[in-house]
Design a binder for this molecule. Structure first.
Ligand code: ZN
Length: 420
C-alpha cells in the first residue's frame, strides 16, 4: 500500500504565482496526489498520516540554480584571502572535498533547499578514477549522506588556461572538435547538464579580468549542439556583453552572472529565449569588496539595473548562489534590488525548475515530486522571518528536516534491521 501523508490547514504557495488559502495537500509516496481546499480529515483516504499545518504556509522546496557544494566553505572567508584560500584548497585532498560537500549538502537541505544544480566541483584523480560532483550526486541519491537532489555538471569545459582552471575541476578543450569531445566525456561520466566558460571571471583577479572573452562562437556552438543532441541543457559563465550575445547566438540555454552586460545583452536574452541566473549577491559583494579597479568596473556596469531589465522583459530569472551565500541571501538581494518578492520566490521554485529542465519539480501540483516546505509565516510578506521559521522540509515525500514543529506526527524511523 502506498504511504499517504497529508498537510491540512495550510496556505499553499504553488511556485507558479498562485496562492490557495486553507488547503489540504495529499502526498502519495514521493509525489503530490492532490491539492484541495475541500478536503477535510474525514474525506482523506484511510490510513493517511495527517500533519496539521496550523495555518502555516506550504511551498515547493527551494532550487538553487547555481551551486558549488565543495566551495561553500568560502562563505565566511574575507575577500583579501579569497583567492589564496581557493588555491590552497586546490591542493587539498579529495577526502576533504568530499566531506566539505557532504557538510554543505546537509546545511542547504536544512535551509529548505531540495534541489541544487552543481556547476563545478573538484575534478580530482584518485588512481584511475575521477572524483567529481557526480559522486556527490550519487552519494545523496543513494542515501549515504543527507542533502538536496543534485544535478551535476561534472567537469566545467573551458579553454586552456580559461576561467576556473586554477581551482575547479576543468576539462580544458580548444577548438570546436575538442569542445565536442569534452562535452561527450562529461556525458559519459554521468553529467546531467553541461557548464561551459565564455569569459574570464572575478575570483582570479588580477590574473584574469572578467571583461576578457574566452570561447569563440564556433566553440560555444559545438558545445551547445553536442549537449542538445543528447537532450541536456548547457549553461555558461559569461560576464561581458559580447560574450552574453555570443553564447545566445551559439544556442546556450542559460546565462550565468552577466555582471558586465548592457541593456543590449538583456534584450538579446529576451530575443533569444534564454534564461538568466544573475548570482546577484556575488556581484553586489564583489563591487564592495574588491580591488578598486575591479570594484569600479562592476560599479559602472550596474548589474542591479540589468537584473531589473531582465525581469521587466520577462526573461526567466533564476536564484543561484554560486560559491558563496545562501539561497535566502540571494533572494533577499534580488528583493533589495527591486524585484517583486513573488518573482523572486518563483525564481527559486517554478522558474528555477524550468531553467534546470525539471518537469517534475518546482510547484505544488498533482503529479509533481513532493519536495515541500512548511513555514510558520508567509514568505511573500517577509522572506527572512519565514525561512527562519522553517518547520519542515519534505524531500520526495519524506520528512527529512523537522525543526520545532511540535504538533507534527513525523514518519517514524524504520524498524531495526534484523541481524538474520
Ligand atoms: Zn559558479
Amino acid at each position: 500500500m502506498t504511504d499517504r501523508l497529508a498537510f491540512n490547514n495550510v496556505n499553499v504557495i504553488d511556485g507558479l504565482g498562485a496562492v490557495t488559502p486553507d488547503a489540504t495537500v495529499l502526498i502519495a509516496g514521493s509525489s503530490i496526489e492532490s491539492v484541495s481546499s475541500a478536503h477535510t480529515a474525514d474525506t482523506l483516504p484511510a490510513g493517511t498520516r495527517i500533519i496539521d499545518g496550523s495555518g502555516g504556509w506550504l511551498m515547493p522546496g527551494l532550487i538553487n540554480c547555481h551551486d558549488h557544494l565543495c566551495n561553500k566553505w568560502l562563505r565566511s572567508t574575507p575577500a583579501p584571502d579569497y583567492q589564496a584560500a581557493r588555491l590552497r584548497r586546490r591542493h587539498s585532498n579529495p577526502g576533504a572535498h568530499a566531506l566539505e560537500a557532504a557538510g554543505n549538502a546537509t546545511w542547504e537541505l536544512r535551509q529548505g533547499v531540495t534541489t541544487v544544480r552543481e556547476l563545478g566541483g573538484p575534478g580530482m584523480e584518485i588512481g584511475q578514477e575521477m572524483f567529481t560532483n557526480v559522486d556527490i550526486r550519487n552519494a545523496i541519491a543513494s542515501g549515504q549522506i543527507a542533502g538536496p537532489r543534485v544535478l551535476a555538471s561534472r567537469l566545467m569545459v573551458a579553454m586552456t588556461g580559461g576561467h576556473g582552471t586554477p581551482w575547479y575541476g576543468v576539462r580544458e578543450a580548444d577548438g570546436p572538435d575538442e569542445v565536442r569531445k569534452a562535452v561527450r566525456e562529461q556525458l559519459k561520466g554521468g553529467a546531467d547538464c553541461i557548464k561551459i566558460m565564455s569569459t574570464a571571471g572575478l575570483a582570479n583577479y588580477p590574473h584574469e579580468s572578467p571583461d576578457t572573452d574566452e570561447y569563440t562562437l564556433e566553440e560555444l556552438s559545438a558545445g551547445a549542439d553536442e549537449a542538445h543532441r543528447f537532450n541536456r541543457l548547457i549553461t555558461t559563465h559569461a560576464m561581458s556583453d559580447s560574450a552574453v550575445k555570443r553564447a545566445i547566438e551559439a544556442g546556450i540555454d542559460t546565462i550565468e552572472h552577466a555582471f558586465l552586460a548592457t541593456p543590449g545583452g538583456i534584450r538579446a536574452m529576451q530575443d533569444g529565449g534564454v534564461s538568466f541566473v544573475p548570482t546577484a549577491r556575488v556581484a553586489w559583494r564583489m563591487a564592495r569588496n574588491s580591488p578598486p579597479a575591479l570594484a569600479g568596473l562592476l560599479e559602472r556596469a550596474s548589474h542591479r539595473d540589468r537584473v531589473l531589465e531582465a525581469v521587466d522583459r520577462g526573461v526567466p530569472v533564476g536564484v543561484g548562489t554560486d560559491s558563496r551565500f545562501t539561497v535566502l541571501e540571494e533572494m533577499e538581494t534580488l528583493v533589495e534590488y527591486g524585484v517583486p518578492v513573488e518573482t523572486v520566490l518563483k525564481g527559486a521554485t517554478g522558474t528555477a525548475a524550468a531553467i534546470c529542465g525539471l518537469d517534475d519539480s518546482g510547484s505544488v501540483a498533482p503529479g509533481k515530486r513532493a519536495d515541500l516546505l512548511l513555514l510558520k509565516t508567509n514568505p511573500l510578506e517577509g522572506l527572512r522571518s519565514a525561512f527562519e521559521g522553517l518547520e519542515l522540509v519534505v524531500k520526495a515525500g519524506e520528512v527529512v528536516v523537522a525543526s520545532g514543529h511540535s504538533g507534527a506526527a513525523l514518519r517514524p524511523l524504520p524498524p531495526p534491521d534484523p541481524l538474520n
